[in-house]
Design a protein around this ligand. Structure first.
Ligand code: D54
Ligand code: ZN
Length: 279
């Protein structure tokens, strides 16, 4: 059984004084994907769990974690899945669901048996996972990227043109508190979530992917008047406290999975930040 890494919350005054190393230790999630393992980070912000399942030839079973003190992982939780790799299979209570790259799933509270598999070990699946506490059971749903209602925003002239795919949200796949989707930057565009925003009612996690090996994303966090930066590579995730901006600029275009938990599920409930107030 894998042990989960726990990330406690940090106060805003504490974050202002953090060195870059301390910021990374608290907010950056490195090495989420390790072959033949399911890895978890447990954040105290809204008790969001951030996971990576990387099955090779052998299947991987979703196991409960000591930190949960529950007989099975989803006893009191829900989970969202997005496949960032080659074709994969998620077996839920004995039923197989095939996920191409960027296929997604929602697994409801009370789901006991979950197994992750790669169709081919030479092009393995990479399942990115988010899990939040849940008060009721919503049905298991599997959907393709095309079914996730794309919306293109931004403009090439401001280098922020991107397509937002919403997977788990009130008008799509139902959940208790999880809201989850994927944002794909257009070629030539490098800025995500710009103009930026905060939503004090929900924490958020970004997991960057499809970032070429030698390229980087400069991710910005912190209160709008005290922003801090972290340099990220492909397949790294970053935790955003509810009071923090979460925006980034790449040395190339890239994609990321975003996911939130907290007070409400309204995607449009974002407090935009006037760029003139950023420091
Ligand atoms: O609250 C919503 C999240 O920050 C993301 O969906 C924003 C995003 O993907 C983008 O603008 O590029
Ligand atoms: Zn946001």
């Amino acid at each position: 059984m894998e042990t989960t890494q726990v990330r406690v919350e940090s106060g805003r005054t504490e974050v202002v004084r953090m060195s870059n190393g301390e910021l990374r230790k608290n907010f950056l999630v490195e090495d989420l994907f390790a072959q033949d393992q399911i890895k978890w980070v447990y954040s105290h912000y809204d008790r969001m769990m951030i996971g990576g399942a990387a099955p090779g030839t052998a299947p991987l079973d979703l196991e409960t974690q000591p930190v949960l003190r529950t007989p099975y992982f989803l006893e009191r939780r829900e989970m969202g899945v997005v496949n960032l790799g080659g074709k994969g299979i998620v077996e839920v209570e004995g039923e197989d669901f095939g996920l191409e790259k960027l296929g997604g799933m929602y697994l409801g509270r009370g789901t006991r048996r979950v197994q992750f598999r790669s169709e081919s070990a030479s092009d393995p699946a990479l399942f990115y996972l988010l899990s939040a506490p849940a008060h009721q059971a919503y049905p298991t749903v599997c959907l393709t990227q095309a079914e996730a209602g794309p919306m293109t925003i931004g403009h090439p002239l401001t280098a922020n043109q991107r397509t937002i795919y919403k997977y788990i949200h009130p008008e799509g796949v139902q959940s208790c508190q999880l809201v989850m989707g994927v944002t794909v930057l257009s070629a030539g565009s490098v800025w995500n979530t710009m103009p930026t925003h905060v939503h004090d009612r929900r924490m958020e996690v970004y997991c960057y992917f499809d970032l070429p090996e030698h390229q980087r994303v400069l991710h910005l966090m912190g209160e709008p008047h005290e922003t801090r930066h972290l340099w990220l590579t492909n397949h790294q995730a970053v935790i955003s406290p509810p009071w923090s901006v979460h925006t980034g600029c790449g040395t190339s275009h890239y994609s990321f999975v975003w996911g939130m938990a907290g007070e409400n599920q309204d995607y449009t409930d974002q407090d935009p930040i006037d760029l003139s107030s950023l420091r």
